[in-house]
Design a binder for this molecule. Structure first.
Ligand code: GDP
Length: 362
């Protein structure tokens, strides 16, 4: 499946975050169709729109869509040269589709920092350098292979050599390939090399309970992220792990005491979901209202296929109501009366929030 890797130096709060996510999450045993590794968490995606749809439809049950997080064992300086769990760490990241980079923005004398000093800029640099060096290694190996082919006038090899030569100077400076200005075609072509620094990335600034404001560590993370066009989610992982352990009604009370309307974890989940290029469509029946995930740009048959492969194979049409119309006109029949109910064909590109019903041949 499509998944987001949680990375960061040791002792920055990755496991605390991962445990909170999985605590709030779903037991792997409830998901018989996917084999879940111990470091993978299947987490429901919180979506207030689903409750609004359910309030109209009144179904027997509502089922949220889910996403996967992978907790990636701690990285240390020198990983790209095989230090620590280096190679394993990098291989695990290679299999993810996006990276959530946890950065320590809290002081705590009892929690040792691997470099003996809380310093987000240098922490971020350590990780980004290891990722870039690993990519540099991969690029050099590819170039070595491709140069031979390119000599034989292999057109594809010549093109790929030019592309790799274009990104190499950036990696030489230990900068991410993300920061190179590339066309969409070039990006697509780079995909085959599974480079780590082409993966979409966001920063998770892990702060103390009182560290959401006037926090120079946090300011630093924001500054670095802005330069990379990356998003920052600010969260107190320790607090989140406490919240995740509460029963539902206790949770609501605890959050309102803190002046929060939802757990901070929700922000992490939504930002990661978006980072992965994912979006949600709904099915809304009296039995169940359910959220499903498709990639941005997916077609109606793709969406049908998420529910059942037979739906995709025998796809005829998708009855579709945009989320806003569904709410404004109080459900499907209201939307129909208002002329907002559409029959979409094979070419239709699904929009976030679409409420869909598929017609198919068996
Ligand atoms: P990991 O090595 O990155 O997985 O880090 P852990 O999640 O194991 O956290 C290391 C230590 O830092 C643990 O003792 C946590 O309780 C503590 N910790 C994590 N987040 C916070 C936080 O936001 N504030 C404080 N004060 N301590 C934290």
């Amino acid at each position: 499946g499509i998944k987001c890797g949680i990375v960061g130096l040791p002792n920055v709060g990755k496991s605390t975050l991962f445990n909170a996510l999985t605590q709030a999450g779903i037991d792997a045993e409830n998901f018989p169709f996917c084999t879940i590794e111990p470091n993978t968490g299947v987490v429901p995606v919180p979506d207030p729109r689903q409750d609004k749809i359910a309030a109209i439809v009144n179904p027997k049950r509502t089922i949220p869509t889910t996403m996967e997080f992978v907790d990636i064992a701690g990285l240390v300086a020198g990983a790209s040269k095989g230090e620590g769990l280096g190679n394993q760490f990098l291989a695990n990241i290679r299999e993810t589709d996006a990276i959530a980079h946890v950065v320590r923005c809290f002081d705590n004398e009892n929690v040792i920092h691997v470099a003996n000093k809380v310093d987000p800029a240098s922490d971020i640099e350590v990780i980004n350098t290891e990722l870039a060096l690993s990519d540099l290694d991969a690029v050099e190996k590819q170039l070595h292979k491709l140069h031979k082919k390119a000599k034989g006038q292999d057109k594809e090899a010549i093109r790929l050599v030019a592309l790799l030569e274009k990104i190499k100077p950036t990696l030489d400076q230990a900068m991410p390939v993300r920061s190179v200005d590339l066309s969409d075609d070039e990006k697509k072509e780079l995909h085959q090399f599974h480079l780590l620094t082409t993966k979409p990335t966001l920063y998770i600034a892990n702060v103390n309970e009182d560290g959401f404001e006037d926090n120079p560590y946090l300011d630093k993370v924001r500054e670095i992220a802005a330069a990379e066009n990356a998003e920052v989610v600010v969260i107190c992982n320790k607090l989140e792990s406490e919240i995740a352990e509460l029963e539902d009604d206790e949770k609501i009370e605890f959050l309102s005491d803190l002046g929060m309307d939802e757990p901070g974890l929700n922000k992490v989940i939504r930002a990661s979901y978006k980072l992965l290029g994912l979006q949600t469509f709904f099915t809304a029946g009296v039995q169940e209202v359910r959220a499903w995930t498709v990639k941005v740009g997916a077609t109606a048959p793709n969406a049908a296929g998420v529910i059942h492969t037979d739906f995709e194979k025998g796809f005829i049409r998708a009855e579709t109501v945009a989320y806003n119309d569904f709410i404004e006109f109080n459900g499907e029949s209201g939307a129909k009366d208002a002329g907002k109910w559409r029959l979409e064909g094979k070419e239709y590109i699904v929009k976030d929030g679409d409420v869909m019903h598929f017609r198919f041949n068996v």
